[in-house]
Ligand binder design. Structure first.
Ligand code: B16
Ligand code: MG
Length: 213
């Protein structure tokens, strides 16, 4: 990686751990539908859109629902999820995340958020970090889910930086694939054996420094 001019950050799993709240809300929905939903099942939802997540959850329970029923179920899950994220505080920012984004900005590197979540703005506001991103692209602004590169390409375009000068920070395999499909560099946040397509893998942004770029 050299000549990096922009860093694009995924939200869930990179800046904050909302997976725990997604899990609680999906589990509640599954339980109301009469089946259990385990933490292992929840791994399959990371980085995946809300409607696709619901499909996976229903699949786990061996249940089929009509499209209109699916919309209601997704809305119900989201209402429970929003109740929980509304209680979030800046203490929940993952270690080193704020410091690394601030270091990028201080070094003149542009910053963007590239998240599948339609709740990104609420989360950023609760964490008091909205101002740390020059551009915010979330689930409300894209039509194609990761591994499609749309979310990151839009980020690069709004920043006015060519993809080859951008690096994406992602915890999900689909997100790493999206970055690569967009012609960008990718730093995996998590385990090297899972995120092996990334150019570099670190366990968290607390282990990331500008000279690794
Ligand atoms: P919402 P990211 C993703 O966020 C989550 O990883 C994924 O589990 C979730 O289903 C998706 O956002 C949609 O979230 O229901 O809030 O719109 O990792 O791309 O920041
Ligand atoms: Mg993520």
């Amino acid at each position: 990686m050299n000549n990096i001019k922009a860093c694009i950050f995924d939200l869930d799993g990179v800046i904050v751990d909302t997976a725990v709240y997604h899990y609680k809300a999906w589990k509640r929905l599954a339980n109301e539908l009469g089946f259990d939903f385990t933490e292992a099942d929840n791994e399959r939802l990371k980085g995946v859109s809300r409607m696709r997540s619901l499909e996976i959850v229903l699949q786990c329970g061996g249940i089929t629902k009509t499209e209109s029923e699916q919309k209601l179920l997704a809305a119900q899950k989201n209402a429970w999820y929003v109740e929980m994220i509304n209680q979030m505080t800046p203490a929940e920012i993952l270690p080193g995340a704020q410091e690394f984004v601030e270091a990028c900005r201080a070094a003149g590197i542009k910053t963007a958020l590239g998240s599948a979540s339609k709740n990104s703005m609420t989360i950023l506001e609760k964490l008091h970090i909205t101002h740390l991103f020059d551009v915010i692209i979330d689930g409300n602004k894209v039509t194609k889910a990761k591994p499609d590169p749309e979310v990151f390409l839009k980020g690069a375009e709004e920043l006015g930086i060519e993809p080859k000068y951008c690096v994406v920070f992602e915890d999900a395999i689909a997100g790493i694939e999206a970055a690569k499909a967009g012609g960008m560099k990718a730093v995996g946040i998590g385990k090297p054996d899972v995120l092996h397509e990334a150019d570099l893998v670190v366990s968290g942004l607390d282990k990331m420094t500008l000279n690794k770029l």
